[in-house]
Design a protein around this ligand. Structure first.
Ligand code: SF4
Length: 362
């Protein structure tokens, strides 16, 4: 299970706090892309054994940043340096603008590389909101990009949306959900806007939407997507049957993975697949030549991670993980947790307050 981080975007979105560099469409950017790809290739070669140990889950996820700013030939040079392929699930994050400007030839090249799942950042179907977000596309481009993905033969497409903005009315949100579900993407991820450290909103006079508005829009999301046949399998993720993201689901069950590229994280796996049998989380620095930093997880860290990741999913955690917890017993009696078939989970009508529930059982 491999993650590759692409640290480039054409411009910065207002709400984004991710590590990324601006890369305008020019020859200088192409030189930076090639140098970046060279470093990822070298890292993949150095970490070959580690990568092979994670390939029981045969997935590749190229995320960012905006991976679709890289020409397919540069992406191809990275993919060919990885010690395995074709991948059962190979996800590429794209922006609508790049899909449209790249055109059918670019999409055909991506398919030829083995990309079989595309995650597209649509975020909104309201042009005013897209402008406020400083996105490069408008709603018409997002529609066109989705059509082009289908015409190119992509049959596993995920759409990202954002709700909980003060200027997003419930009516507008409902309209967007009706339209997106009519497209029938196989997967939808929807995130509540939050003010991330380092984003343009951080420290500005932006006033967040009220909790009530966010709650109403989350409830609308759950209801509309359920009615359209999507399964709510993680707090922010919905899929048509059989289209749950294998890669992301494996993160939540604490499977081992290797992250390549600046700032990318890696995990040795819950079973301790690292040679010395301990659980290690590591991350690349964001410098020119990445220096990995690492942390060995304590018993307490492992428990915290298991609960924090597992309770955000519809499957929840093994009941044994909460054995003897008086807080869990109370939450079960209050209906904020539910026990079924040896597992404990947060019922969907409590997903919105999951952070609070998880805090109580940690
Ligand atoms: S949201 Fe995505 S496209 Fe926008 S700045 Fe962040 S990483 Fe780049």
């Amino acid at each position: 299970m491999i993650y590759v981080h692409v640290p480039f975007c054409r411009s910065f979105c207002t709400y984004c706090g991710f590590y990324s560099e601006t890369a305008p469409d020019c020859p200088a950017s192409l030189r930076r892309f090639l140098s970046y790809a060279g470093r990822v290739r070298r890292e993949a070669a150095l970490r070959r054994e580690e990568i092979v140990r994670t390939l029981d889950i045969n997935t590749l996820y190229i995320g960012g940043g905006t991976p679709s700013v890289l020409p397919p030939s540069v992406l191809g040079s990275i993919v060919s340096a990885l010690p395995y392929g074709p991948f059962e699930e190979f996800t590429l994050e794209v922006n609508p603008e790049d899909v449209v400007s790249g055109g059918p030839a670019c999409l055909a090249e991506l398919r030829a590389l083995g990309v079989n799942r595309v995650s597209m950042g649509v975020q909104s179907l309201c042009d005013d909101i897209l402008r406020w977000m400083n996105r490069r596309h408008d709603a018409a481009r997002a529609r066109k990009a989705f059509r082009m993905l289908r015409e190119a033969g992509f049959d596993n497409v995920s759409i990202d949306l954002i709700f909980g903005l003060p200027q997003l009315s419930d009516a507008l949100w409902e309209e967007s959900l009706s339209e997106v579900t009519a497209w029938r993407p196989e997967h939808i991820s929807a995130y509540q806007l939050s003010v991330e450290a380092g984003s343009a909103l951080d420290g500005s006079d932006f006033v967040e939407a009220s909790d009530e508005q966010c709650r109403r829009q989350y409830d609308l999301l759950c209801a509309r997507l359920a009615a359209a046949g999507y399964r709510h399998y993680e707090i922010s993720n919905f899929a048509l049957p059989g289209f749950e993201a294998r890669h992301n689901s494996a993160y939540w069950s604490r499977a081992p993975y290797v992250g390549l590229g600046p700032g990318a994280h890696s995990f040795s796996g819950a079973a301790g697949t690292s040679p010395d049998g301990v659980e290690v989380r590591s991350w690349n620095t964001e410098e020119e030549e990445y220096r990995p930093e690492k942390e060995i997880l304590s018993e307490e860290d492992r428990r915290t991670e298991t609960l924090m990741l597992g309770l955000r999913t519809a499957e929840g955690v093994a009941a044994s993980a909460l054995e003897g917890s008086p807080e869990a017993a109370r939450l079960l009696s209050e209906g904020a947790l539910r026990r079924e078939k040896g597992r404990i989970r947060i019922p969907e009508d409590h997903f919105f307050v999951c952070d609070d529930i998880i805090r109580q059982v940690l």
